[in-house]
Design a protein around this ligand. Structure first.
Ligand code: ADP
Length: 271
């Protein structure tokens, strides 16, 4: 009976859709749990160190015979405590930033920014790390590429893309290209590292998504999500091209002029 057959097919389709939804929900929960366990692990280790240092300070404060040596030790302990608390503060700031961005608040402070200068600056900041890892990072750009952008947010975008290129770049050279295409600025970050399988490429831009849950490579899977949020808030786009085992190339396109918000008030006289 045709009607019955059609009904069965429809129901089977629904069941498949439900199973797919269920699987997606399960995956989302799993990556959230993984994120929470890694984040709490990373918050715990500076805290633990801080607690040990405090214990030692209390011990050193008890008057001993060698006061001078004790006070030198004390200074270095306090310095270490400061470093640990700074680290924690940075992590907390990052978490707060993420939750604010999730809540939909992303206000841009636009000003005139030179993308080439930002990229060179970011490479300069990474200098020590690059040297330690023997990674070559080459910037290909001519002159200035200026736009009305949020400097700090764009620095975040560049930092995330560069640090991924180093993390997943297998120590191979990384090429950064800044160019202009009409009224759009283009930044391409190209590595020759582990690459990303086609089926994983789109979901990397989701929050908490990581392809390799490798504890030796630090991260929470939020970097690319931030990249996309910031780039899209600027009216731009980010995309990836990659081949597994050969490398990845991330392209950021940014309109050089922010869309002017509609001006309230009277019509302008023209001509
Ligand atoms: P993470 O903190 O895990 O690096 P990101 O959001 O920056 O988070 O990236 C998400 C995932 O995308 C990474 O875990 C990694 O699997 C993959 N990925 C990002 N950049 C690259 C790259 N340049 N090469 C290969 N894989 C990458």
């Amino acid at each position: 009976d045709l009607v019955l057959a059609e009904e069965l097919v429809r129901r089977a389709g629904l069941a498949v859709d439900n199973a797919r939804l269920f699987r997606k929900a399960q995956e989302a929960l799993k990556s959230r749990d993984e994120f929470l366990s890694m984040a709490s692990h990373d918050l715990r280790s500076p805290l633990t160190s801080l607690r040990l240092q405090l214990h030692a300070v209390r011990r050193d404060l008890q008057p001993g015979d060698e006061r001078k040596r004790a006070s030198e030790k004390l200074v270095s302990r306090v310095e270490s405590m400061e470093r640990q608390t700074d680290r924690m503060l940075r992590m907390m700031d990052a978490l707060l930033d993420i939750s604010q961005m999730t809540a939909g608040r992303l206000e841009l402070k636009r000003q005139k920014v030179d993308l080439v200068e930002l990229v060179r600056g970011a490479v300069g900041t990474l200098d020590e790390e690059l040297r330690q890892n023997g990674v070559q990072m080459r910037v290909h750009a001519e002159g200035r590429v200026e736009g009305e952008w949020d400097r700090l947010r764009l620095e975040q975008v560049i930092d995330n893309l560069l640090s991924n290129a180093v993390k997943y770049g297998k120590g191979q050279p990384v090429d950064l290209t800044v160019s202009v295409d009409g009224t759009t600025a283009r930044l391409v970050v190209c590595d020759r590292g582990v690459g990303i399988a086609p089926e994983d490429q789109e979901r990397l831009f989701e929050r908490f998504e990581r392809v390799r849950l490798d504890r030796n490579v630090g991260g929470y899977g939020v970097g690319l999500w931030i990249v996309r949020r910031v780039v899209e808030a600027h009216g731009g786009r980010v995309s990836v091209e990659s081949r597994l085992g050969e490398g990845s190339s991330f392209t950021v396109l940014l309109p050089m002029r922010g869309q002017a918000p509609a001006q309230p008030g009277c019509a302008q006289e023209t001509g």
